[in-house]
Design a protein around this ligand. Structure first.
Ligand SMILES: *Cc1c(COP(=O)(O)O)cnc(C)c1O
Length: 398
């Protein structure tokens, strides 16, 4: 293990091209030599992480001493600073489980018994929020925009006028189902003008696109370790307006997903989790945050993702693939493509050929059209996208 690398002193770009070179000579395990990577994940998460993030997990951590709790506190504070220039107004809570658990901890905790949630949906993740509310018996209003239309702020305004008993509004920032970016600024402004609490699932966008939760008037923003921050899966986090969360005691409909209790235990215990924390994942996340900083922060990472995505779409278009979404609503994280017209085309075949060549892509997730998806977040660089495009061109069997 390279200890200087674990301390975060390694240039992330240098390590990426080392990976890319190593990839050329796969060893007997099918892994690139000198790498723990059998293939590059072009998926929305779990995604390909750096060697140094993986190495950070090669140590067992105890959770009852200050070293570990200070690490947790530092992560919470760094997350708040990534989310806003007004860090004194917000707090961060870490929650065990995948991203869905964190979303559920918000939905199950912050809406009072007499509250009503408006869920804006245009894909599977918005629908999942509505499903959570239904499981908990929370009064819910759903405004659905289909699968390929952006959420429309004017429709939200109308619904809020029609149903004045709505107290909370939930929206997905990047609907990973299609790669659609939703207009969270417009929606939050309207919700706030009506005095509502704003919940944003920014799972696949936070860390990969500049935003400020205070400027956007977001009360709760949810993301997870294994997306644009480029950590490994195991916990999610909630950036909460402290004053809003402080009013949620005793409201949770679940014990383990009680966001208020998780927060107050972390505050009282100086970084202590209520139940066993995913220590290795937390340590890897700390390393991932260092690497985000080394890359130049969220703005620099956004530029890399954007360049990756543009290279991908332009290259795919020239190979005859048509993206599902118009470019003005397309996120820089994941892109859905229609199947080509040819009857010879089989997604399973393309998937298998690309996997054998070192790239894992993603099936589509919408009902209206046959699509597949290619993510470009994680430890993924221009040369990786260029290589992928070359392989698709070479393998072109349809
Ligand atoms: C990944 C993701 C989630 C969480 O999914 P998990 O499988 O629980 O990690 C939630 N919302 C969006 C928009 C996502 O992209």
């Amino acid at each position: 293990m390279k200890s200087e690398a674990v301390n975060g002193n390694e240039n992330v770009n240098a390590s990426a091209s080392a990976n890319a070179n190593a990839n050329a000579n796969a060893n007997a395990n099918g892994f690139a030599s000198g790498s723990n990577r059998p293939y590059l994940l072009l998926t929305p998460g779990p995604l390909t992480t750096s060697e140094t993030v993986k190495e950070a997990m090669l140590r067992d951590w105890c959770t009852w001493d200050n070293d570990y709790n200070e690490l947790v506190q530092s992560i919470r504070s760094r997350l708040v600073h990534l989310a806003t220039n007004s860090p004194e107004i917000y707090t961060a809570v870490l929650m065990q489980g995948s991203g869905t658990f964190s979303v559920e901890s918000v939905i199950g905790t912050v809406i009072p018994r007499d509250g009503k949630l408006l869920v804006l949906t245009n894909g599977a993740y918005g629908k999942r929020i509505a499903q959570m509310a239904s499981v908990y018996g929370i009064a819910t209003s759903v405004l659905d925009f289909g699968e390929t239309e952006q959420v429309r702020a004017s429709d939200v305004e109308q619904r809020l006028q029609e149903e004045v008993d709505i107290t909370h509004v939930a929206i997905v920032h990047c609907e990973t189902t299609t790669g659609m970016l939703n207009p969270i600024a417009d929606v939050a402004a309207i919700a706030k003008a009506h005095g509502k609490t704003v919940i944003v699932d920014a799972m696949s966008s936070f860390g990969g696109i500049p935003l400020d939760v205070h400027e956007l008037q977001i009360d709760y923003l949810i993301s997870s370790a294994n997306k644009c921050i480029q950590g490994v899966p195991g916990f999610g986090f909630i950036i909460a307006r402290t004053e809003a969360l402080a009013g949620c005691a005793g409201q949770a409909r679940s014990l383990s997903l009680d966001l208020y209790d998780q927060w107050s235990a972390m505050e009282a215990g100086g970084g202590k989790w209520r139940f066993t924390s995913p220590t290795h994942v937390v340590r890897a996340f700390d390393q991932a945050l260092r690497e985000l900083e080394l890359e130049g922060g969220i703005a620099a990472r956004h530029q890399r993702y954007k360049a990756n995505q543009e290279l991908l779409v332009n290259g795919m278009r020239s190979l005859g693939f048509c993206p599902l979404l118009q470019s003005k609503v397309q996120s820089p994280f994941i892109t859905a493509f229609y199947y080509p017209q040819s009857i010879e085309f089989s997604f399973g075949e393309l998937y298998a050929r690309l996997k054998a060549a070192g790239f894992v892509i993603y099936p589509g997730k919408i009902s209206a059209a046959d699509t597949f998806r290619i993510g470009n977040i994680g430890e993924v660089y221009r040369e990786d996208i260029a290589k992928l495009l070359q392989i698709i061109e070479d393998e072109c069997f349809w």
